[in-house]
Design a protein around this ligand. Structure first.
Ligand SMILES: C[S@@+](CC[C@H](N)C(=O)[O-])C[C@H]1O[C@@H](n2cnc3c(N)ncnc32)[C@H](O)[C@@H]1O
Length: 368
């Protein structure tokens, strides 16, 4: 190290000790608030699984004792839990009556599984992410990755519940109609592959909307495929839906009119290989539909609450899985449209466009 660079380091160390008190206070407050949010996440999980939000879904004002009686939960726990909910603004509190209630807009997010805004089911994903934190932290210096199937099983149900409301709301009404000629083909009878289908929620939504077509869901995770088969039976669509364990790079040939990747391409260790396999499985005028998390082009464009959610989940889950699969390279959940276009071009797709979007999703149409 030269004398000059030592002096420079000394100067910056001295400057670093001159802290801006206001900035320090504001940032410590932000981190304290974030820690509170993370702790409160566990109370959202409990509110969902112990049926407390469901017991408040009608919006009526309840004391802690009344909610305990209605939900069958221990009154002392309920009182403490209500305090946490009211402090976070999830539940309203009237001091004079000593009563708590869930406003209807909050009930849509926390208690109504049919609502497009429903998010309580995603609390399983929060739990699974924390369950992975120790292993992923250790892997930061090893770099072996963490395969999808080695996560806490709540990751699989949490992912299904995080994405299901969007698929049920937009998939057949907006995303498929945004693709050139695809809605018409599906209405008359087409073959569709859903790659990295997980619990199969997207496959089943499409099968319910297009009863004349056939749907093939593929995923590398055998337990997810078993659940997807059960979901298809429960939904009454197993006559036109098949689920099979298969890796994206090794899709069975299929003359598919449409090959979809729902929030899965960015998890894969070899996204170009997966897209080549998809292209080879298409008919000559077939289409690939990529659903990816909404993201801007660079880190600076993704410094938002949605970006924070996806970068965080991606660190522990998506990127960890892609590293385990060889990182050739894994895209991660905030890749952005240019990076998606780049892997599509490498895989031989020449006609690519953004066909739709929501605040959480990018929809990309790609044809060879
Ligand atoms: C974020 S989840 C999305 C699941 C589902 N598409 C959904 O939207 O609910 C990613 C899925 O991709 C699957 N996956 C990851 N890498 C894969 C690969 N190389 N081949 C096939 N499936 C893969 C995982 O097992 C997981 O089910």
């Amino acid at each position: 190290m030269s004398v000059d660079s030592i002096q420079e380091a000394d100067q910056s160390a001295a400057a670093a000790t001159e802290l801006d008190a206001d900035r320090l206070e504001a940032f410590a407050g932000q981190v304290a608030s974030d820690i509170g949010t993370v702790f409160a996440g566990a109370t959202v999980y409990i509110g969902h699984h112990a049926g407390l939000y469901a017991a408040m879904a009608d919006g009526g004002a309840l004391t802690a004792e009344e909610l305990a009686e209605r939900s069958g939960a221990h009154p002392r726990y309920v009182r403490e839990w209500l305090g946490a909910q009211a402090a976070g603004g999830y539940i309203e509190y009237d001091r004079d009556r000593g009563a708590f209630w869930l406003p209807p807009e909050h009930a849509a997010v926390l208690a109504d599984r049919t609502s497009p805004a429903y998010l309580a089911g995603a609390s399983d994903g929060m739990a699974a992410i924390w369950a992975a934190a120790e292993r992923v932290a250790a892997d930061f210096t090893v770099g072996a990755g963490v395969p999808w199937d080695e996560h806490d099983a709540r990751l699989f149900s949490g992912t299904e519940e995080l994405f299901r409301p969007s698929y049920e709301t937009f998939l057949t009404s907006e995303w498929i109609p945004s693709l050139e000629g695809v809605g018409e083909k599906l209405a008359t009878g087409a073959r569709v592959a859903d790659v990295g289908c997980g619990h199969g929620v997207s496959t089943i939504v499409m099968a319910s909307g297009f009863p004349s077509s056939s749907f093939h869901g593929y995923d590398g995770h055998d337990a997810s495929i078993a659940t997807a088969r059960q979901r298809a039976t429960d939904a009454g669509v197993s006559d036109r839906v098949r689920f099979e364990v298969a890796l994206a790079n090794e899709l069975p040939g299929g003359d598919f009119d449409l090959v979809c990747f729902f929030d899965s391409l960015h998890d894969m260790g070899d996204p170009v290989g997966a897209l080549v396999s998809a292209r080879e499985a298409l008919t000559s005028d077939g289409t690939v539909m990529l659903i990816e998390p909404f993201a801007g082009e660079g880190v600076e464009d993704n410094l938002t609450p949605v970006g924070r959610l996806y970068y965080s989940a991606s660190t522990l889950v998506c990127t960890a899985n892609g590293i385990a699969q060889g990182n050739r390279p894994v895209l991660g959940a905030q890749a952005g449209e240019s990076a998606l276009r780049d892997v599509l071009a490498q895989a031989g797709f020449t006609r690519v466009r953004r066909s739709a979007e929501t605040p959480f999703n990018l929809v990309i149409e790609a044809r060879p």
